[in-house]
Design a protein around this ligand. Sequence first.
Ligand code: HAM
Length: 426
Amino acid sequence: MTGTEKKTALKAPKGVPDYVPPASAGFVAVRDAITTAARRAGYGHIELPIFEDTALFARGVGESTDVVSKEMYSFEDRGGRSVTLRPEGTAGVMRAVIEHGLDRGQLPVKLCYAGPFFRYERPQAGRYRQLQQVGIEAIGVDDPALDAEVIAVADEAFRSLGLTGFRLELTSLGDETCRPQYRERLQAFLAGLDLDEATRERARINPLRVLDDKRPEVRAQLEDAPLMIDHLSDASAEHFATVRAHLDALGVAYTVNPRMVRGLDYYTKTTFEFVHDGLGAQSGIGGGGRYDGLMEQLGGQALSGIGFGIGIDRTVLALQAEGFDPAAQGRVDVYGVALGAAAKAAMVPVLAEFRRNGLRADMAYGDRGMKGAFKAADRSGAAVTVVIGENELETGTAVVKTMSTGEQEPVPLEAILGHVTRAVER
Ligand code: HAM
């Protein structure tokens, strides 16, 4: 190949989205709304490794789940260890809590994380191979009020974004006293149905998963299947009733969906999903629940925990489905146009002052003419443009233009901060 030959441009791997401006503003808005809601409830930040020992997910998430059995990005590193790109956050949080002894301090341990997760799924709208989540986990206290708090943090985050078309579905998956009996009851029921071999095998390993079968011929047979919610132990039933009472008091609306099946095996007691109807097949914008046995399963104490994972990608799509354009806000508040080198020298410190005072500010760089500079001002989405030319240099002023009205007025440079701040706020 000669050096002058044009190379083919490379693309991101299938199912791996980029987040570029202006759309990336929506991504940031969603992520920040959720982390803000979590911070207000006392959740501290945890930054997790992107890859972990494969055994963590096999043990933590469950071998019978699709996530572990079909969707993991696992590979051998150069030292011959099997590692996996994290498919979800809860197992990693538990590992870190145990490893750092956080569970020996004040309980509950409340943690929040955000970032990419990896699942080898079939890509489609709202389903990616690299997906972005914000999650929270509250570990070490089994209190229904904490379940309600976790759910309310998600609800509050969605509301703060202006999202309205979402629903909360809730159920209880019971505890170690009622779950094994229910499992047997369900297995006995499933044994009497006309099912194919693969489904029978599923019924044997994890009968709950069969309840999630989408095929009409299977669904029809499942109509009279026993449901966990009707066979809860007294303690689990009371736990669930208390969670619901707290949610009622908080004004968080929900429907009970006793047939909810989550894609991960660790859930016990309260389990929930946030669903948005504007998204088609990939309607789950977030989900979570309590996990009683997980910490012990990973070699820690027998402590319970509860948390959620919210899909940032799908929440952005949900906002779009409701007509929001989180990117419409504009990239900056104020844009500088300086005509000539001397004017530019005057503009640079003005811009720095704007930024120090919390205004988002940018200016036309390079030596483009007035027309190009004003076009760039328009494109930036700034509410105000500040212009310094030869006349202004002589008089120590700048022209402040309000973009929405086209109004212009000369303002002395020493008064420009206050003036522009007021104009941006209008
Ligand atoms: P999950 O339900 O597997 O739960 O994922 C949480 C959310 O991540 C989903 O509701 C969805 O919005 C988003 N999501 C999942 N897979 C994809 C994908 N392929 N493309 C786009 N978005 C996706 C968990 O991961 C649990 N760790 C949540 C949790 C925390 N439970 C207790 N604590």
